[in-house]
Design a protein around this ligand. Structure first.
Ligand SMILES: C[S@@+](CC[C@H](N)C(=O)[O-])C[C@H]1O[C@@H](n2cnc3c(N)ncnc32)[C@H](O)[C@@H]1O
Length: 330
């Protein structure tokens, strides 16, 4: 398969590169904004699970860039992720785990007494391929994002988060309904029909009476019966929320031919700490131990990795070869 193949199979991937977005996910937030008018006139936003940063780019473009330079100092956008990401003008970065209490505290400090008007989260765990487990971890991430929202969101604010439409997802709707007057599920056309991914768009935030913001995930684990989560899940246990689909011209499940003016473009921003580097390192070690195994995911990336491989990784591999040879000889 040539390098243009993905450009044909994924129109939003191609457009993202052409329009300068770091990831095709940008279109998901753009389509949500177009449908619900979420970002108009805002100055304070939180982007959770933000790397490589295309949602932060959208926030900067819609919130920060339209302002006169003198008004830009009032804008507060914070992007949080476990991974580092390249800088974006107008966006402050925090490398942290959204499930940690300390992360919420740092975000609160960042707003210095003010509150955010929107919290967005495109968080996704590393997929294990075990559907039930992946969905469970995803729902934990939503709960972490919701916990942070309960600390930092102003009354009337909005919350957008990625969900997996799977078994038990109605629990998430129920929980969200306790905090937001208006909750719906949104499916952007940039999200494949074949994918269980969708987004909750929750608006008109209002803390329930007597509710004290806390880390809902740890509360739930430590006190499963008496926690707020248990109370949030109870009575009525299931709520129904509207489903809204983005009605666009482009279909992410379709293949589009490349027209005659097509010019191949590289990705806008390579990830700073790509998860695949760890995989390539391990693959390299396995290759040496069991010589018949040869898995090269991408020749160019593999060569790049070899160039920057730490000295000790290489000597460890040589050590392996020597040990194996010695064993055979004796
Ligand atoms: C689909 S990507 C986000 C893409 C991003 N919205 C964009 O537009 O570029 C999911 C991100 O979730 C992050 N993530 C997963 N679990 C996290 C956690 N517990 N805390 C912070 N970030 C997390 C991953 O590091 C990954 O960068």
């Amino acid at each position: 398969m040539g390098r243009t193949s993905k450009d044909k199979r994924d129109i939003f991937y191609r457009l993202a590169k052409e329009q300068g977005w770091r990831a095709r996910s940008a279109f998901k937030l753009l389509q949500a904004d177009e449908t619900f008018c979420l970002l108009e006139g805002l100055t304070r936003a939180v982007d959770l699970c933000a790397a490589p940063g295309s949602w932060s780019q959208v926030l900067a473009k819609r919130i920060y860039e339209p302002l006169e330079p003198s008004d830009r100092q009032n804008v507060k956008i914070i992007a949080v992720d476990l991974q580092g990401m390249a800088p974006i003008e107008g966006v402050t970065q925090l490398r942290a785990d959204i499930s940690k209490e300390s992360t919420a505290e740092t975000i609160i400090e960042f707003f210095a007494g003010e509150k955010a008007q929107i919290v967005v989260s495109d968080g996704a765990p590393d997929s294990t391929g075990m559907h039930e487990f992946d969905c469970y971890v995803q729902s934990e991430l939503i709960l972490s994002a919701l916990s942070i929202a309960t600390y930092v969101l102003e009354t009337g604010g909005s919350f957008v988060a990625k969900i997996y439409r799977a078994d038990k997802i109605s629990r998430v709707y129920t929980q969200l309904k306790r905090f937001f007057k208006d909750v719906c599920v949104f499916k952007p056309s940039a999200s494949r029909n074949s994918s269980i991914e969708a987004f909750v768009v929750a608006r008109q935030f209002c803390l329930p009476e007597g509710y004290k913001p806390c880390n809902l995930t740890s509360e739930w684990h430590d006190h499963p019966k008496s926690s707020w989560v248990a109370r949030l899940n109870a009575d009525p246990p299931i709520v129904h929320v509207p489903f809204v689909a983005y009605n666009g011209d482009l279909d992410s499940d379709r293949t589009y031919d490349l027209d005659e003016n097509y010019v191949y473009k590289e990705a806008v921003q390579q990830p700073l700490t790509a998860a695949y580097q760890e995989v390539l390192k391990k693959t390299g070690e396995v290759n040496l131990k069991y010589k018949s195994i040869k898995v090269v995911h991408d020749q160019e990336l593999y060569m790049d990795w070899c160039k920057v491989a730490p000295e000790d990784a290489i000597s460890k591999q040589e050590g392996f070869q020597i040990a194996e040879t010695k064993n055979k000889a004796s």
